[in-house]
Structures are given as C-alpha cells and as structure tokens.
Design a protein around this ligand. Structure first.
Ligand code: MN9
Length: 300
C-alpha cells in the first residue's frame, strides 16, 4: 500500500459539555478505527467542525491526534483560515508535532481570482515546507474550480494532491489520469466505489469513524475483483448515509458513536443536540448496516 492509500476518517471533534475538546474520546475513536484498518486521519476538517473551533482549539486538536497516532499512520491537518498570514501561523503552530501534510479550503467569502488562490497555496507550501492538500469542496466553500484550473494547481511544487469533495466524477477521473504523481482523494463516502472505478485509491470521509470496517471492505472487494460484494457494501453504506444526512450528518455521526460506546458529546452550537427519536432511528439504521456482514466482508 502507498502512504496515501485507503480510507482516512475526517475525524469528528469530541466535545465536553463546555464545548472543549474531549481528548479521551478522541483517543477511543482513533484506536477503534485503526483496529478497523483505516490508513490515516484528516483532522480539523468540515467534519471536525473546524470553522466553529477557536484557533487554539484547532492547534490543540491537531497536536492531540498526532500525539495519539504516534507515527502509526499519516495525519493530514486542515489548518485553513481566512487569510494567508493567519493560515501560515496556524501551520507553523502544528508543523513539528508529527503530522504528514497540511490542507486548506480555498480562501472564501470574498471572491478571489485563480491567481490569488494559487498564490495562497504556494505561500502555504513555501512557508512551511509541508506538502499541501487542496480541499476542493465547492458546495461548502462556494469556490468551484474548472478541471483545467485544478490540473494547473496540481503542477505546482509542494502540492500533494486534492481532496475532491464533489460528485463530479468526470473531473476526478481526469485528475487521476493526468496527474499520476499526485494523490487524488475521494471526498464523498457515498461514491467510494465509483471513485475506485476511475482510479482513485484513497478517500477522506466523515462516516469512516462509524463504519470504517465496511468502507475498508469495499476497497478490498474492489481490489479482489468482487464487484458484486463491493456494490452490496456500498449500498449498505449509502442507506446509512441517507439516514445520517436526513438527521444532520455531523450530529448524527456523534450520535452513532455514542450508540457504539464512545460519547463524543454534541456538535458546537448553533448545531442542536439530537432528539430521543433520532437515536432510535440511528440504532435501527446501524443494525441494518451490519446485518449479516461477515468478517471477510469487513476486510478482516
Ligand atoms: O469530508 C465529508 N464532507 C462533508 C468529507 O461533510 C462536507 C463527507 O464524508 C460527507 O460527510 C459524506 C456525506 O455526504 O460523504
């Protein structure tokens, strides 16, 4: 396996009742998913509620994950903020804690030219010397790239690759075909199998914290040429993802973790706590997800 191959949970940020980081629960999620065969972690991303955390909490979080992982697998930290200078400051604060790469969504809110966005990524790579993973998430950031623009960005020194949180598999296919030396991460868990079919080898996703074993199983089945099983497992995941999205993906993921025995608290307000009926819905969905799945199917 390559360094950036397989599934990377976009890890949730466990919180206590004061909206401070619960490092004990963080460790439990990391150890559980490592046992399930995940290949690394993406920290302080959308799933990690990064834009709701204070800067010092993001730094604490990244350091805590690196400290728990202790070099057993790569850790990618999303350190993106609103300006180049503050993003570099954030990157410098975590540079020596044992992470493998940094990542950032394109600067947003104001409209920037492509040159300005590219310069932002170049400045991050240049100032820190760490590989930079572009976080392409047009639906959330409001910044969409054409395929040619992205291809241009990927040619630059210091760019590790791109996390493609988009359903545009044609764009993803083109990036994989034309940028063989860069890492193209799938970013939507519901199209992990379709992404594998266009040559993607790695995926960063929020649901890998709660069903990492099933998603490891999808890749294993695909690599063994067992498409029937791979499709079956992707279908099970997608039924689960539909329920999570209907409830609200991040609070719902924390809800499932609680059912699985790891209390990660609530998401930061204005996210609202789950209702009792949401837990019932999630319990049922979780039972359905794992019903009849064997160790072999789960990649064990
Ligand atoms: O980081 C996640 N992206 C967002 C990846 O939440 C915006 C995905 O894992 C999605 O949560 C998942 C559900 O749509 O694919």
């Amino acid at each position: 396996m390559k360094k950036y191959e397989g599934i990377f949970p976009a890890i949730i940020t466990p919180m206590d009742e004061n909206e401070e980081i619960n490092e004990k629960a963080l460790e439990q999620v990391i150890e559980k998913t490592l046992k399930q065969g995940v290949s690394g972690f993406y920290v302080s991303g959308s799933t990690g509620e990064s834009f709701l955390l204070r800067d010092e909490q993001r730094i604490q979080l990244v350091k805590a994950v690196a400290g728990i992982v202790k070099g057993r697998c790569p850790v990618i930290a999303n350190i993106g903020t609103f300006s180049t200078k503050s993003t570099i400051k954030m990157a410098e604060a975590v540079a020596d804690c044992g992470i493998s790469a940094i990542s950032a969504v394109p600067p947003f809110y104001f409209s920037y030219s492509n040159e300005e966005i590219l310069q932002y990524y170049r400045d991050l790579a240049g100032a820190t010397g760490m590989p930079v993973l572009i976080y392409n998430i047009p639906k959330m950031s409001g910044v969409s790239f054409g395929t040619d623009e992205l291809l241009g960005f990927l040619q630059n020194d210091g760019i590790l690759g791109v996390k493609q949180t988009t359903m545009d598999l044609m764009q993803t296919e083109t990036l994989v075909r034309k940028c063989g030396d860069r890492v193209i991460f799938n970013g939507h868990d519901e199209i992990w199998l379709p992404a594998l079919s266009v040559g993607v080898r790695a995926s960063i996703g929020s649901t890998f914290s709660i069903m990492g074993d099933v998603c490891v199983g999808i890749k294993k089945a695909f690599d063994e040429g067992n498409m029937e099983r791979a499709r079956f497992l992707q279908g099970r995941c997608n039924e689960m993802i539909k329920v999570l999205l209907d409830i609200g993906i991040f609070p719902a993921i924390k809800g499932v973790l609680k059912i699985q025995g790891i209390d990660c608290g609530n998401c930061i307000k204005p996210f609202q706590p789950l209702k009792a009926e949401d837990y019932k819905t999630l319990e049922k969905a979780l039972e359905r997800l794992y019903d009849g799945l064997t160790d072999e199917m789960l990649g064990r």
